[in-house]
Write a new protein. Structure first.
Lengths: 325, 255
């Protein structure tokens, strides 16, 4: 009996989302009076046992197999499924990331168990024996669902950024599990990687200057590029812009694009439809520039300038240059 | 090259998603419906692959009778065949959905041969379950990767590219295989006149299927706490530039 945290890592480097998962799993374990345990996949992640212990894990299960040198959704899912089967935890919590969802879904499929992804809350009266009530994010977080996971082992992922990582140091015992992987899981491994050129990305930029339908054309993004450049930021856009072919999908902020959390999000000519808003709502500050003072984005933003972005954006760049001298 | 694409009919919300009084569903009284965005791209990708390598695209959905509309949309942009697995409830849980879809695919393949590729969206726009495709692929015994931002065919192998924090990952899946597609892999085309005509003429095959109810139960929907913002209007027009730069300074983003 335990709550099991599935540690996400990339060739031994822990994913930050795993720390929130460890924290949430520890809270749930203490609520139901059991222990926090963790599972790592591949010998290259053995060193992460000390990180898990730092967050309160008293036992770390290390799934080993010669093939587990890089990420592979099916092999990882099978490896975790075998550990889960062996130790029968009450709850298994994975990261709410691309890899986390994928691995937990693989575990669920392999054990024919239900799985609830992107949970934001767990029932505070859960004692471990009854179905687990959760709140989970739908529509990229613009709608919530109260759901019940009814199974002997409850599989869930934790929506990213919902639980702040808090340490609670202890010491952990390590157990190596030599898992058996057959050929069927050997195909979906990372076979090659193309490393990104270092630089500011949409997901990490401190400033994002974003344009929507109101920008009007691909060429009209030039002043937004200029402003972003002056502020050390990058340019983003809404789905309407991508659909019009004005910018690449890599610049799209939203439910089906990139989730961002910059210090300031400058939204130019964007109405703020749900699809877009859920990608931008984690921004620390939002400045909307829009002709319509009733636009959804204006009512939700902390700051707004009403008017034509084609005149306002260049004026802001001009003012920045003037002050810099 | 025969490709099956599984799609889902979802509401197309604008600025706000309202829920019905009993909290059991999205209030769609004033909403249109669409194919979930990732799946729209999966259809486009399948059509492009068939244009390049030959073969045909079949599109399948499990949903209400009205989901025929989304199947016809897929035909209007290049799918050749359409299969509807009708359900009377508004939605099935992921385990039940996967079981029903896998069994229909098995029947289709027994009749017409294996699909080289079975494509899904990375996750549905509405329920965001992230699992139906993975469950179906396992039942069919196909290798499966989700999150594809690139998909090409090299001989008998599907080459999948996906993005990670560090860059791009490449997966090589021997076919038959299954892939979950993400928006951004392509820019879906608009229907042509010929496509629209084809979509009206196509016979939608209706295939009943069942699945046992799974362990994830929706109790009810709720709206997240509304973000209340006393928006501070910094000004109107270009004259507001100075106030904006003051704000940027105050927030420490302009140095």
């Amino acid at each position: 009996m335990s709550v099991l945290a599935v540690i996400e890592h990339d060739r031994g480097t822990i994913a930050s989302a795993s720390l929130g998962v460890l924290t949430a799993a520890r809270n749930l374990a203490s609520q139901i009076g059991t222990t926090l345990e963790a599972v790592t996949v591949g010998a290259n992640a053995d060193a992460l046992s000390s990180v898990a212990a730092q967050y309160g894990a008293t036992a770390v299960h290390q799934a080993h197999h010669a093939a587990l040198t890089d990420f592979g959704p099916e092999a990882w899912g099978e490896a975790v499924a075998q550990v889960v089967k062996k130790i029968s935890p009450q709850v298994v919590i994975g990261t709410g990331t691309e890899r986390g969802h994928e691995v937990v879904a693989q575990v669920a499929a392999r054990l024919d168990l239900p799985a609830s992804m992107n949970c934001t809350e767990f029932d505070s009266s859960f004692t471990g024996d009854q179905p687990l009530k959760v709140v989970r994010a739908r529509w990229g977080g613009s709608l919530l669902e109260q759901a019940e996971v009814d199974a002997p082992i409850k599989l869930v992922t934790l929506a990213n950024h919902t639980v702040e990582a808090v340490e609670s140091p202890t010491s952990a015992t390590n157990t190596v599990h030599d898992v058996e992987l057959n050929d069927s899981v050997m195909h979906s491994f990372v076979k090659d990687r193309v490393e990104r050129v270092a630089g500011v990305t949409l997901a990490t930029a401190p400033v994002v200057v974003s344009g929507g339908r109101g920008v009007g054309s691909a060429e009209a993004f030039a002043p937004l590029e200029e402003l972003a450049g002056l502020l050390g930021g990058v340019v983003g856009c809404s789905r309407a812009v991508t659909n019009n072919g004005w910018r690449n999908h890599t610049d799209q902020v939203g439910q089906t694009g990139t989730r961002i959390a910059p210090d300031i999000y400058i939204a130019c000519g964007i109405s703020g439809a749900i699809q877009h808003w859920v990608g931008a709502m984690a921004s620390k500050n939002i400045l909307a520039i829009n002709t319509d003072k009733e636009a959804n984005i204006v009512t939700k933003a902390g700051y707004a300038v009403i008017g034509d972005l084609h005149k306002i954006v260049p004026a802001i760049s001009e003012e920045i240059r003037r002050r810099r001298g | 090259m025969n490709i099956l694409v599984c799609v889902k009919r979802v509401p197309a919300p604008g600025a706000r998603i309202n829920i019905t009084e009993d909290g059991q569903a999205v209030d769609t009284a004033f909403l249109g419906f669409t194919v979930s965005p990732h799946e729209e791209c999966a259809v486009e990708q399948a059509v492009q692959l068939v244009e390049k390598h030959g073969g045909e695209v079949t599109v399948l959905t499990l949903g209400p009778a009205e989901a025929e509309e989304q199947l016809r949309t897929a035909v209007s942009v290049g799918a050749a065949k359409a299969v509807l697995v009708p359900i009377t409830e508004s939605d099935w849980d992921p385990q039940r959905t996967a079981q029903a879809i896998a069994s229909v695919i098995t029947d289709l393949e027994n009749a017409n041969g294996k699909f080289d590729l079975v494509l899904f969206g990375n996750e549905s726009a509405d329920s965001c379950g992230y699992q139906v495709g993975i469950r179906v692929a396992l039942k069919l015994g196909r290798p499966m990767v989700n999150g594809a931002k690139g998909l090409d065919i090299e001989g008998s192998v599907a080459k999948v590219r996906r993005e990670s924090d560090a860059g791009q990952e490449i997966y090589m899946l021997p076919m038959p295989s299954a892939v979950g597609v993400k928006e951004g892999i392509n820019l879906p085309r608009y229907p042509t006149m010929k496509g629209r005509l084809a979509s009206k003429k196509v016979d939608v095959t209706r295939t009943e299927s069942t699945g046992s109810v799974g362990g994830l139960k929706m109790i009810q929907l709720q709206r997240p706490p509304e973000r209340v913002s006393n928006t501070q209007i910094l000004g109107t027009g270009p004259e507001a530039a100075s106030a904006v730069v003051d704000l940027l300074e105050e927030l420490g983003v302009f140095k």
